[in-house]
Design a protein around this ligand. Structure first.
Ligand code: SAH
Length: 530
């Protein structure tokens, strides 16, 4: 016998016509009979005029599903309706269960089509702001068919794992204690001020949206038509909107267009210390060294603390370059211990071609870290497109005359925002053995005066030293001159344009003329990685 009947399991969304999908409307149209809970049938009355309607009470789901299967087997097209999505605490599973009981097979049995709809977690979230955004779960508090013990365990697990939680069926006339219990369990894991949104009858006539928190949520009306959305430990309220951050602020600066990490850097393990790979290509022993150092410094045993999740604020990676001083190049043993303690298990130390130690440390409070580092005698410098001042060691201080100037330059220019990183190097004698002439701005101290070099190209096959532009600059003229050069470059340099490129483009910085310093043979351009 050819089977012509069909079961259309239709989720019609929250209840408003605009939020019913096209396919759901068609499915209702092509059905001969509509089976569903009375309230739902009323909600979609406009789409089912003239159809045979079998509406039943709330608790008669099994007989609804059986009736639907029976009618379909008689050759009818039967729409079984659920609010939201039929596969979320809806009729889809139950219809399949009835079919399975009868030994139904897709090939030979009645056709079944499940038509997805917008579930309450989504419709309610849209009215609250963006509370879901991240890993979330739904838990139904109805213990009519599920043992409370199991529900309680799920609430506990979801709370501990910091899921955003949507509670369906939170309360009814008879079931009033479940939501109280749920609140009690969640307060073990989350702060009392965790944002909570209560949405009643989303996109229906008597829609109600209440913003509250975990502590106070029971002071508001919660009923059969309410979905309770509980934020995770990072969810916040802003202007009556409930927002769960997606995590971008770990890697991006949301308030500025210019991002600290360039696109190609964002997926590097070192920039994702929170990932499974812990920011490392291979696990190192840094953590152990760090913990040991901490113990040595504190004189006491330090253990991993098991903080409850709601105390966890959002970590971001704090980047800073450290050095023992402008002229001092010696790290003390204590300083190294402080460094390894500071980077700990998840941080990293990178030694750069510019003689910089860059620390990358995931932290909620950079201030605590910088204070610690400064106390240990470190000089801290910003990373990125900023000016940095480095000097030679002045032959271990023997040629110390220029040290105060180096410190003055550091004080004045280090960390200033620039179109591109700007390395300022100061060397204490004409040997310039720390390579000041290979910096963007090179300054060489000689017999009480300064020589100036501008626009070195430090990398690539066409690298060249900076061009000597002035000799014998008087000490008091040095800072004003540098101020003018740096201000000009800052103002007129294009973003990402290094000083040598700027010099080449404008042909004149202040009153210094550009001279071509590039190699005179033809070198093919060789991009990164070539
Ligand atoms: N299949 C439905 C869920 C049915 S269980 C879906 O996917 O949304 C019934 C529960 O769903 C209610 O107790 C309530 O918690 C939630 N719910 C359904 N429609 C809702 C609406 N319009 N507004 C708020 N909550 C709703």
């Amino acid at each position: 016998m050819k089977v012509t009947g069909k079961l259309l399991i239709v989720g019609f969304g929250p209840g408003s016509a605009e939020h019913i999908t096209e396919r759901a409307k068609e499915a209702l149209k092509e059905s001969d009979s509509i089976i569903g809970y009375k309230t739902y049938v009323d909600l979609i009355a406009d789409f089912i005029e003239g159809k045979e309607i079998i509406s039943t009470g709330m608790s008669e789901e099994v007989s609804r599903a059986q009736a639907a299967v029976k009618f379909a087997e008689q050759g009818k097209k039967v729409a079984v309706i659920s609010s939201g999505d039929a596969g979320v605490y809806g009729m889809a599973g139950l219809v399949y269960e009835v079919l399975v009981e009868q030994g139904w097979k897709e090939e030979s049995g009645v056709k079944v089509e499940i038509i997805p709809g917008i579930s309450a977690i989504n419709s309610c979230a849209s009215l609250l702001g963006a509370p879901v955004m991240h890993d979330a779960c739904t838990i139904s508090l109805s213990d009519h068919l599920t043992p409370w013990d199991l529900i309680a365990r799920r609430i506990d697990a979801a709370g501990a794992a910091d899921f955003v939680i949507a509670l369906y069926n939170p309360k009814s006339g008879r079931r009033t204690r479940q939501i109280v219990e749920a609140q009690r369990i969640l307060l073990k894991h989350r702060s009392p001020d965790t944002p909570v949104g209560l949405v009643k009858s989303a996109y229906r006539e008597r829609e109600q949206v209440v913003m509250t928190n975990l502590q106070e949520m029971l002071d508001h009306e919660i009923g059969m038509l309410t979905t309770v959305i509980i934020g995770n430990s990072t969810t916040f309220m802003y202007d009556n909107k409930m927002i769960t951050p997606r995590g971008y602020q770990r890697k991006y600066t949301l308030s500025s267009e210019k991002q600290p990490l360039k696109p190609h850097e964002r997926l590097k393990p070192k920039n994702e210390p929170w990932a499974l790979h812990e920011g490392k290509e291979e696990k190192t022993d840094l953590y152990k060294v760090g913990m040991k150092a901490l113990q040595l410094l504190d004189g006491k045993k330090t253990t991993d603390s098991q903080e409850s999740p709601f105390k966890q604020k959002i970590e971001s990676i704090f980047e800073v370059a450290v050095s023992p001083g402008v002229a001092n190049k010696m790290f003390s043993a204590d300083q190294l211990l402080t460094l390894s303690a500071a980077v700990g298990e998840k941080g990293a130390i990178e030694y750069t071609p510019h003689h910089q130690m860059i620390l990358r440390v995931p932290t909620e409070s950079p201030d605590v870290l910088t204070t610690k580092l400064q106390k240990a005698g470190f000089l801290l410098s910003a990373i990125g497109d900023v000016a940095t001042v480095k000097a030679c060691d002045f032959c271990d201080g023997e040629k110390k005359d220029a040290i105060p100037y180096a410190e003055q330059l550091h004080e004045r220019f280090d960390g200033l925002d620039m179109p591109k990183e700007l390395k300022i190097g100061l060397n204490g004698c004409g040997m310039a053995c720390y390579g000041a002439v290979n910096d963007d701005i090179g300054i060489v101290f000689r017999r009480g005066k300064f020589d100036l070099f501008l626009g070195a190209k430090t990398v690539g096959r066409t690298a060249h030293a900076g061009q000597p532009v002035a000799e014998g600059i008087e000490p008091e003229a040095l800072v004003p001159l540098l101020e003018n050069i740096i201000a000009e470059y800052k103002e007129k340099g294009h973003p990402n344009e290094r000083l040598f490129k700027y010099f080449k483009r404008v042909k004149k910085i202040q009153h210094f003329d550009y001279r071509d310093m590039e190699p005179k043979i033809n070198l093919e351009p060789a991009p990164c990685g070539d």
